[in-house]
Write a protein that binds this ligand. Structure first.
Ligand code: ARG
Length: 564
């Protein structure tokens, strides 16, 4: 079976049941009223118009044929012309058995397998990571895992920001304070960057000096290269540490500087194809299109002082990626506020013909505090990520007496789950409010709730020493049925999260699945059951749900602690 096993199977029987009626597309959807049926088909309304009959009459004709299929326990025409389908237990259980047996729960493999470069994280060298760097890391990591899970070849690249003014500022600061390359520390960098950046805003002369250092570095000054290398190493080490804490990892740890050598090549292409021209001393590329409704300024490739910019390094990086990987797609997980930048870069790159890849900017919104303003710590600062981790850990530990006895590693995983589930349950394009207290609670739509549910099921299976069994044909009650029906949505969920590049589709499914699981075991006591067959069937379902949950959590980048 293909794409979505259940829906596809239902659409196929429906196509046959249409008999002499023809419809362009046969669409079966999940029921609007799950209390009445599982799936529905609304095509009778369209057919009624085509064939000038009443929808109800047509629905009844189709239903008469559908009744012959073994897929349904019940199938009915409902006024004024809906077709309501309730799946047969045997059909549901057959699909669940296939899911249990096959790898990735029988998820159909994407054909053909394509090459994706995913650019996320994007931290800037010499600046400490703050709360604004959380989303590109969390959202990007999840999108990478999803794209890879459906069967594509994925290359992830952190794309350090290491080509900008901040490097010149820190070098300037080191020189001013006579700090040698050997002696400079991370603390120096963290102190110098804000200090000199503030000074640059107040003093034009300092700003010019810093800009010149940056420019000389870009042009290949060996002296500044040594500074740069040391600053890069110190800063990278710290960034890697923080990403490790979040379980975020990359295939490539490249930066803008790695694309530096390709800038002249891109520039040459732009000039040869007469796409770039001089305007007020700068070299620019027009990227507007007739259909643009908003203003679309040209991309500035080179400033009048000869310095290259964010757009130039991004184009050079596209050139490099094309050369190294010939990707089918390049995805950029970056702040929505950069959408103009990406539009310019994509258009200029397509015009220049430096890549055949589909280029997509996957934007994300801002993390706000409960006051609706960009998130601040208790003391009113924009928190560094280290401080945010500490703050969340404290909230979690305070929420329950025994939490403080957990191992450091478990606590790290729980902090990760709190931050990630709070983030990924939202459509990435939207801003969201991070309420640490709410999201560290074990009740609600939170990481701890999901982990708690998972660990509880795991515990049941361990206590029962469940080693596996065959699934029978029964479904015993509504809670049981609700859970099984929920499990059928796995494929649909993964594929739509992949297509839309939206981890939130998975997060929502995880939550719904956990709610079904909790209702299931609160109402069906497994431990005391004497009916062995029933017990084995239920354990089968729980084991399937548990393994699925584990995989889904992996796709969100959420790690599972040993206990809670
Ligand atoms: N370093 C950039 C920033 O902090 C984000 C980089 C996004 N990726 C890219 N290829 N432009 O805003």
């Amino acid at each position: 079976m293909g794409e979505n096993m259940v829906i596809e199977a239902l659409e196929n029987v429906l196509k046959e049941a249409l008999g002499t009626y023809t419809l362009d597309t046969v669409n079966v959807v999940k029921a609007n009223r799950p209390d009445l049926c599982d799936y529905q088909f609304d095509g009778a309304f369209k057919l009624a118009k085509q064939y000038k009959k009443s929808p109800m009459e047509i629905a009844e004709e189709i239903v008469a044929t559908l009744r012959e299929s073994s897929y349904f326990e019940k199938v009915e025409a409902a006024s004024p012309g809906f077709i309501n389908m309730t799946l047969a237990s045997t059909f549901i259980n057959q699909i669940l058995c296939d899911m249990r047996e096959k790898s990735k729960f029988n998820l159909p493999k994407m054909e053909p397998s394509l090459t994706y470069v995913i650019d996320y994280g994007g931290p800037n060298i010499a600046k400490p990571l703050h709360v604004g760097h959380l989303r590109p890391a969390i959202v990007g990591e999840s999108i990478k895992r999803i794209v890879s899970y459906v069967g594509h070849n994925v290359i992830s690249d952190v794309h350090f920001g290491d080509f900008g003014l901040q490097i010149g500022e820190v070098i300037y600061g080191m020189q001013e304070e006579n700090i040698s390359i050997e002696d400079v520390t991370l603390e120096d960098l963290n102190r110098l960057y804000p200090q000199i950046s503030k000074l640059c805003k107040e003093d034009e002369k300092v700003k010019e000096k810093c800009a010149n250092i940056t420019k000389e570095l870009q042009d290949g000054s060996l002296e500044y290269e040594k500074y740069y290398q040391k600053i890069f190493d110190l800063s990278k080490k710290d960034i890697v540490r923080i990403y490790k804490y979040l379980d975020v990892d990359f295939d490539l740890w490249y930066g803008e500087m790695d694309a530096r050598v390709f800038i002249p090549l891109v520039e040459e292409i732009l000039l040869n194809k007469s796409l770039a021209y001089h305007s007020e001393g700068a070299l620019v590329v027009d990227v507007y299109e007739d259909t643009d409704s908003k203003e679309m300024p040209p991309l500035i490739f080179k400033k009048s002082n000869g310095a290259y910019l964010y757009g130039s390094t991004d184009m050079a990086t596209i050139y490099q990626r094309e050369k190294d990987f010939q990707p089918d797609y390049i995805l950029y997980v970056a702040d929505t506020r950069q959408s103009l930048h990406f539009k310019q870069v994509f258009r200029a790159s397509t015009k220049a013909g430096i890549t055949d890849a589909h280029l997509e900017h996957l934007g994300f919104g801002t993390i706000n505090g409960i006051d609706g303003k960009p998130y601040k710590t208790r003391n009113g600062q924009t928190p560094k990520l280290d401080d945010l981790f500490k703050e969340v850990e404290e909230l979690f530990v305070e929420s329950k007496e025994t939490n403080k006895d957990m191992s450091e590693e478990d606590r790290r995983k729980i902090v990760g789950s709190i931050l990630k589930f709070a983030d990924l349950q939202n459509n990435r394009e939207k801003d969201y409010i991070f309420d640490g207290k709410k999201f560290s609670d074990v009740v609600g739509k939170t990481g701890p709730y999901i982990l708690y549910t998972y660990l509880r099921i795991k515990r049941i299976l361990e206590l029962e020493k469940y080693k596996g069994s065959k699934l029978g044909n029964c479904i015993y009650n509504a809670y049981d049925r609700g859970l099984r029906i929920q499990l059928l949505d796995f494929h649909k969920t993964i594929l739509s999260a992949y297509r839309l590049r939206l981890p939130s589709v998975i997060a929502t499914y995880i939550y719904d699945l956990c709610v079904s699981l909790n209702t299931f075991y609160q109402n069906n006591h497994i431990s005391g059951l004497e009916d062995i067959e029933k017990k084995q069937n239920w354990l089968f379902i729980l084991a399937l749900a548990k393994d699925m949950l584990k995989e889904l959590l992996y796709l969100l980048g959420i790690e599972i602690p040993s206990m809670m």
